[in-house]
Write a protein that binds this ligand. Structure first.
Ligand code: ZN
Ligand code: ZN
Length: 246
């Protein structure tokens, strides 16, 4: 059995320890690597261990990215309700799909799947926040009422993961300049940006038509923040841009 370069990172990282990144000082290690054939194409799944909490962040890697320049990268935050349950309170599932399709189309790239549900407050608190929203609070008010900031997400671990993968520079798949700024702050070389576009198709057209009415019913005009903070845009359709406060 030959060990490929990505799998070899597990051995390399065995004794890795650094001062960590960001406000939590979190350090991550590549802990496990395996093939992941998917409906979007063939990926390698890279599991990371971190020294601060039990969150198991993963990277989906397509093609050759080690020591790569201009690697297409999408940073996505977990959303169980949107991605698994098909919730219409957000469009995280479409954003995840669009990110993976963009990477598959590019032939190489990385999707970092960050286990920070509900803009970083966790699943139970997200349900609590939804309950407060059902009673009329907007998302910001709900988060504040629960003792959180309106966005608790932290991209420093994402930055460490990109460094762990020896990626020299990234083209970030995003519409969010804040994400670019935060990664650059943690010494990720951002060589460019790929607009986060969903190619138009029958489903999108239907989705765009229903989005307004259905999400409108759920929101009733309340302030709603996009959970990814980084809405995908359907190619050629300006209406698909962020409908919420960024
Ligand atoms: Zn480290
Ligand atoms: Zn969501």
């Amino acid at each position: 059995m030959t060990i490929d370069a990505l799998s070899a990172l597990v051995e390399r990282d065995q004794d890795h320890e650094c001062g960590g990144f960001g406000r939590t000082g979190a350090c991550v290690k590549v802990a496990a690597v395996a093939d992941l054939p998917s409906r979007f194409g063939t990926f390698r799944l890279v599991g990371f261990w971190n020294n601060r909490d039990a969150k198991e962040h993963v990277a989906m890697v397509a093609g050759d990215v080690l020591n790569g320049h201009d690697v297409p990268v999408r940073v996505h935050s977990e959303c169980l309700t949107g991605e698994v349950m098909g919730s219409l309170r957000c469009d995280c599932r479409d954003q995840l799909t669009a990110g993976l399709e963009a990477i598959a189309q590019a032939g190489r790239g990385v999707l970092l799947y960050m286990r920070q549900e509900g803009r970083g407050i966790g699943l139970l608190n997200k349900i609590r926040a939804y309950a407060l929203q059902d009673q009329g609070l907007d998302t910001v008010e709900a988060n504040l009422a629960l003792g959180f900031r309106d966005d608790e997400r932290d991209y420093s671990i994402a930055a460490h993961m990109l460094h762990s993968l020896d990626i020299k520079s990234v083209k970030l798949i995003t519409n969010n300049p804040e994400k670019l700024r935060q990664l650059a702050e943690h010494k990720v070389v951002v060589s460019g940006r790929i607009p986060h576009l969903i190619p138009p198709n029958e489903f999108n057209r239907f989705y765009l038509q229903t989005k307004g009415t259905k999400s409108g019913h759920l929101d009733l005009g309340r302030t709603r923040l996009a959970e990814q903070g980084d809405n995908a845009q359907v190619e050629g359709a300006a209406a698909a841009g962020p409908t919420e406060k960024p």
